[in-house]
Design a binder for this molecule. Sequence first.
Ligand SMILES: [Zn+2]
Length: 317
Amino acid sequence: MSKYVVGIDVGGTSTKFGLFMTDGEKIDKWKIATDSEDNGKHLTGHIIKSIKERFVEHSISEGRLTGIGIGVPGFVDEATGVVDIAVNIGWENYPLKAILADAFHVPVFINNDANLAAAGEHWQGAGKKEASSFFVTLGTGVGGGIIVNGDLVTGLNGTAGEIGHTVTVPHGRLCTCGREGCLEEYVAAKGLRRSLRDYLRNFKDSRSLHKDSEVIDIYEAAKAGDALAAYIVNEAAYYLAYALANAVTLINPEKIIIGGGMSAAGETLLHPLVDHYKRFVLKEADESLSFEFARLGNDAGIYGATWLVLKRLGYFE
Ligand SMILES: [Zn+2]
């Protein structure tokens, strides 16, 4: 009898679900609003209810559920199943795995959302053919995930791949993590907005940007030749190239996959990025590496959460 896996991706505004069969076929996907009221204490209840309702709708008995995978935006310890901290949700030292396992009596695997997006792209997306890849997601902040020899590298406490918090500019801008000069303060939406505020006064002749300009406007203006926008995008590409080149030198992957909302900038970002990257990277580590944009979009997380269950339960052996 066929068995099922539920892959969940908890986001700041919505929580996405995927219902998969254990052979990897996707049966359904849906989402609910993320309820972060009262430090997110109602959210897991909503998640449990939503899964149970969906099983009833599909006339699938809960006994055919094999496992649940769930990605969370924050610091997550897969081994203990505890969310150390997820600022946007309000969870702190939150025993997510235990609560879900109690509700469904199946194995539950939790991880960081960027790690699972990396796993999703590795399984069904841009990294499908490669055993090793580095995934970087450019959204509000910068996240990352490492796949080596077909497995996710999470590190001792689950912080492996956190490229957004690698120090790229010593003594640079103050980061929300409390340290100075982290990559994400210069790249993605967070960094670009900050650069815009910092540099606007030096570029009084910028034709199209003002202090409240959207990030997409910065890329559009850069494409149209605006000097301030081009400066900001080039600087972001430079720092991202620097961090990625060091990641490649350390990990030696076959592919760098760029995902997240900002990957929509396309060539406007990729062209200067690869240009700077080539000057930073160790030639031997880069020999057969290629850059690619992510393919699964917002679904990468539910694919990765499902992959985590199948991987940990030995379905790929
Ligand atoms: Zn930081």
